[in-house]
Each structure stands twice: as structure tokens, then as C-alpha cells.
Ligand binder design. Sequence first.
Ligand code: ZN
Length: 159
Amino acid sequence: MELPRTGIGTDVHAVSADADRPMMLACLHWPGVVGLEGHSDADVAAHAACDAILSAAGMADLGTQIGTDDPRWAGASGADLLTEMARRVREAGWVIGNVAVQVVGAFPRVGPRREEAEAAMAAALGASVSLSATTTDGLGFTGRREGVAAVATALVARA
Ligand SMILES: [Zn+2]
């Protein structure tokens, strides 16, 4: 009997120096919040979720799958990447059970939009997503508002 497999993913992006850069997090736009720097839309929650499902399936990580400098994915949304990585994981013979994501940062305030964000991520993934958030009590790069991080776990099983 083959047991289900867990995976883990982490992502960090720096807060943009451009105050007009949109904040994309957990497949949602967060109006009035300065965004994160990155080759794509810098959605740390979506990227961590991608890495978690790939990890669970033994398919390395986002950077290995698409290459961080692949022009086809420049400016790709987190939702698009999550949909594509989920497609690849399923194509490789896996069922995705669920993904849990924790955002680590001083902003944005996830709580008021948690259910909306879970629904947006679940729609992109095609499986259940639970989202939580924590601060680091003012400590470290997240506490200094220099960046936002996310950690994710995933469960997959053989189809
Ligand atoms: Zn990323």
C-alpha cells in the first residue's frame, strides 16, 4: 500500500521600492498595499503552494519546472503558475488532496479576506486550500517590512 505524500514549499519576495507596484498575494490583488518585486507577479503564497505540490509529487520545484528566466513565464500570475503546476502534477499521476499556506509578514492583513483568498487559490489549484497568516513581532526582514514570505504544505496521492 502506497501512502499519501506530503510536500513543502517556501517563497520570499522583497517589498518593491515602486509604490505603484500592485500587491498580488494568494491570487488576489490587494488595493492600497505596495507590491513585491519579482520576475512574475511575486505572489509568495501561490509560489509556495506550487513548490509544495511539486515537492509532494517528487517533481522538484517551480524554478526547476519553468526556469526563473524563461520568458514564457515573465509576468505570469501566481494563479496561472498554480494552475499549470497542478496540471503537471496531475499529468504525472497524482491526485492533489489539499494545500495549506501560511503567509509570514507584517502586511497585508490577510484575515478580513481569508475566505476570498482561499477560494481564489482553490480555483487555481483545483483542490482545497487553507490560508493562515502570522507576523514575526517586528523581527527580521518581514518585521522590518522589507519582504513577505510564505510557507506551504501539500498532500498528494497516487491517482
Ligand atoms: Zn516567488
